[in-house]
Ligand binder design. Structure first.
Ligand SMILES: O=P(O)(O)OC[C@H]1O[C@@H](O)[C@H](O)[C@@H](O)[C@@H]1O
Length: 305
């Protein structure tokens, strides 16, 4: 698209590591997204602390994933259904997406990035007959839509896994409570076992769980005095991830103490919930992040306190 015709408040420039970045500065929010990985790295609604978390230690270079923001896991998650796929979480977060659209929508801006399978990074044997579009509508709330379409001239159906690996900023991961998962079955990847969630989830150690869960989640954060509402559509799994102490120190692109500042709440279709598209079909995975209005420390409430 023509970068000289961008709406007010939107610029395209050089970001960290010299990578191209789209910056949004409008009345309702500020936001940033990189063409590398088609990845949102920042969203801060007006008058709020940042909601999307980014590591201070993240790489910003071709061939490496950005640590934080909203990595797109696609067309497989982790090592894939058969456990033999590489790179981890697929090719989307390592590929250069194209900025396809920048559109004002009421008080928000919609950024859409496009990746054709044939433009994705070079991986032997990769099924490339698909296209993907990721939209971030940034404003007072954040709407994320990942639409995947199978080429109409494919000979076979396209089966893939996907996740919006959203990193949320929290005041202290040990103090938050995650609600909405009560009664859901989950696979705990840390102990390799299957369980049922009882009540709310509290981060007490390394947490890496795949929930059979289509619904909404709230993250109650007493330290930042806010509640985040995470709603989704077109998603049969919710992944909750926090590396905690021992895993954090093993990760080169993650500060030793940074686990305290983040929680990943991921909208996913993985494992038995992988998506199969017949030629020409599409599927959209949607996630919305919003600050609960009743919890928002508004100017009026602050004056009354
Ligand atoms: O280090 P990566 O590849 O970004 O993955 C981070 C984590 O992502 C989570 O979604 C997975 O469930 C974890 O198992 C994984 O460790």
């Amino acid at each position: 698209m023509d970068f000289n015709q961008l709406p007010d408040g939107v610029t395209v420039g050089e970001g960290r590591g010299g990578l191209p970045v789209v910056r949004v500065v409008i009345g309702s929010c500020t936001a940033e997204a990189y063409l590398h990985g088609g990845q949102l790295t920042s969203w801060r609604p007006a008058g709020q602390e940042p909601v999307i978390w980014l590591s201070e230690r993240s790489h910003f270079l071709e061939g490496a994933a950005i640590r934080g923001g909203v990595p797109i896991c696609f067309p497989w998650f982790g090592a894939g259904i058969d456990g033999r796929h590489y790179p981890p979480h697929g090719v989307a977060r390592l590929s250069a997406w194209e900025l396809a659209e920048v559109t004002p929508v009421a008080d928000s801006i919609r950024l859409r990035f496009h990746l054709d399978g044939h433009q994705a990074i070079d991986i032997e044997g990769l099924d490339r007959d698909w296209s993907a579009d990721i939209s971030y509508t940034v404003g007072e709330v954040l709407d994320i839509d990942l639409r995947v379409e199978a080429y109409g001239n494919r000979a076979t159906p396209f089966t893939y896994e996907e996740a919006l690996h959203t990193y949320l900023a929290v005041g202290n991961a040990r103090k938050i409570t995650i609600e909405g998962l009560d009664g859901s079955r989950y696979h705990d990847k840390v102990v390799d076992g299957d369980f049922t969630q009882r009540g709310s989830l509290v981060v007490l150690g390394e947490t890496d769980r795949v929930y059979e869960h289509e619904g909404d989640v709230t993250v109650k954060d007493p330290n930042l005095r806010r509640t985040l509402g995470i709603t989704k559509r077109g998603s049969a799994r919710t992944v909750i991830w926090n590396p905690f102490v021992s895993k954090a120190v093993k990760m080169g692109d993650f500060g030793d103490d940074e686990w305290q500042e983040m929680i990943c709440v991921e909208a996913a279709n993985i494992g038995a919930a992988a998506i199969t598209l017949f030629p020409g079909q599409s599927h959209t995975l949607h996630q919305r992040i919003a600050i609960d209005r009743n919890q928002r420390p508004s100017g009026l409430r602050r004056r009354l306190l």
